[in-house]
Structures are given as structure tokens and as C-alpha cells.
Design a binder for this molecule. Structure first.
Ligand SMILES: O=C(O)c1ccccc1NCC(=O)[C@H](O)[C@H](O)COP(=O)(O)O
Length: 207
């Protein structure tokens, strides 16, 4: 569908996964952070992934995982991407290079300094999300997108995207956009009407 990749994060059930794919999602995010209201375990994620077409990519979201925890899930072989959404340092991210998976480092943006930190990470992509003092992600908060200054690598724009600002988000010119709570009816359950509105509002830009 798109020149910009569309990642729908916080998938917890087959119905939402299939709807996102039908509407044009390129990547589905599955959250393995136990404190997230969107958490699911590897067996549940695998169960969903086994029921969806193989042409869509899958991303596993982790927050400060141990290497063992990561390896255990990645070795199951159902993830195309690992998204590190905590305080993982560049060395930790580098050490994932030998895993059979692409990597996304999420950086929560408070100021230009955070955007600059992206250059320390040699991951396949970076994802800029809004900073929140109490939560690592999925907050529905936005940050000042004008801070993004390097579009010469794969950048995902996240944080507070919804049907009404999706068009502006695509216009930033990033590699991908990421939406989670802005198309939910409650944490972990997508509102399929809002999801449709999200995709409808950007279809003319990405086709
Ligand atoms: O979604 C969560 O609950 C979450 C919790 C902890 C770390 C990351 C989490 N989500 C990761 C994502 O990629 C979200 O899509 C991203 O934070 C944007 O969320 P939202 O502002 O709700 O669109």
C-alpha cells in the first residue's frame, strides 16, 4: 500500500491483526513487556501470527529485556523485528546483531538531545516516541516532530498518532509511522472504525 511503512502496535488478538492487514498495515507489533496493558506471551503471539498472512512483518516490543529473554523469543522464529523500547544502551543493541532479526531502537524524545542520541545506535531503524516520566510507551502523547532532522536512515515516528494527525505524520517524510492507543477502544483492543479512519485519512498520500 505504502511508500511509508505503517506499523500497528499493541496487537493482542486475531481480529485486530486481520483488520490491520486488510487495511494496509506493513508491520504488526506484539508487546512482550509484562507491565504493558497490551502484554501477551510468546505462545499467544505465535497463535495470532500462525493465523495471519506471511507477507506482513512482525515486531516484538521489549523493555530492558535480558539477553536470555530476548534470545528465547527470537529463536522461536516468528519475529522479523525486535523493538527495544527501554533504556537499552548501544552496546546491548549491537550485541543483537547476530540474532536472526532486524532491530528497532525506540528513543523517547524530550528534547533535541534525544534525537541526536539516535546516531549512537547502529540498529536497522530507530523509532522516536514521546517521553513520559512514568511510562515507556503506548501513552498517546506526541512530541514536537519538527525536531526530527535526519531522514537518511529508517525512522519510525510514534507517539500519539491517531486518525486526525496521521496525514501530518506521513508528511514528515519518515520511513514509517507507528500507531497504538490512538485507534483503540480500550488498552489492547483496537476500535476498527477508528483504525479504518486512520488508514482512510492517509490512503491518498501513500498510494
Ligand atoms: O504500548 C505499550 O503499552 C508500550 C508499553 C511500553 C513500551 C512500549 C509500548 N508500546 C510501543 C509502541 O510501539 C507504541 O506504538 C508507541 O509507544 C506509541 O504509542 P501511542 O502513543 O499509544 O500510539
Amino acid at each position: 500500500m505504502a511508500l511509508v511503512k505503517i506499523k500497528v502496535c499493541g496487537i493482542t488478538n486475531v481480529e485486530d491483526a486481520m483488520a490491520a492487514i486488510d487495511m494496509g498495515a506493513d508491520l504488526l507489533g506484539f508487546n512482550f513487556y509484562r507491565e504493558s496493558p497490551r502484554y501477551l506471551d510468546a505462545a499467544d503471539a505465535l497463535d495470532i501470527i500462525n493465523k495471519i498472512p506471511t507477507f506482513v512483518d512482525t515486531a516484538g516490543v521489549f523493555v530492558n529485556p535480558s539477553m536470555e529473554e530476548l534470545r528465547e523469543i527470537v529463536e522461536l522464529g516468528f519475529l522479523n523485528w525486535v523493538q527495544l523500547h527501554g533504556d537499552e544502551d548501544p552496546d546491548f543493541c549491537d550485541s543483537l546483531r547476530y540474532m536472526n532479526c532486524r532491530t528497532i531502537k525506540a528513543i523517547r524524545v524530550k528534547s533535541q538531545e534525544d534525537i541526536k542520541r539516535a546516531k549512537d545506535y547502529y540498529t536497522d531503524a530507530v523509532l522516536f516516541d514521546a517521553y513520559h516520566p512514568n511510562y515507556y510507551g503506548g501513552t498517546g502523547e506526541t512530541f514536537d516532530w519538527r525536531l526530527i532532522d535526519d531522514l537518511n536512515r529508517r525512522v519510525f515516528l510514534a507517539g500519539g498518532l491517531d486518525p486526525d494527525n496521521a496525514e501530518d505524520a506521513v508528511s514528515v517524510g519518515v520511513y514509517g509511522i507507528d500507531v497504538c492507543s490512538g485507534i483503540e477502544s480500550s488498552p489492547g483492543k483496537k476500535d476498527l472504525n477508528e483504525m479504518k479512519r486512520f488508514f482512510d485519512n492517509i490512503r491518498h498520500l501513500v498510494n
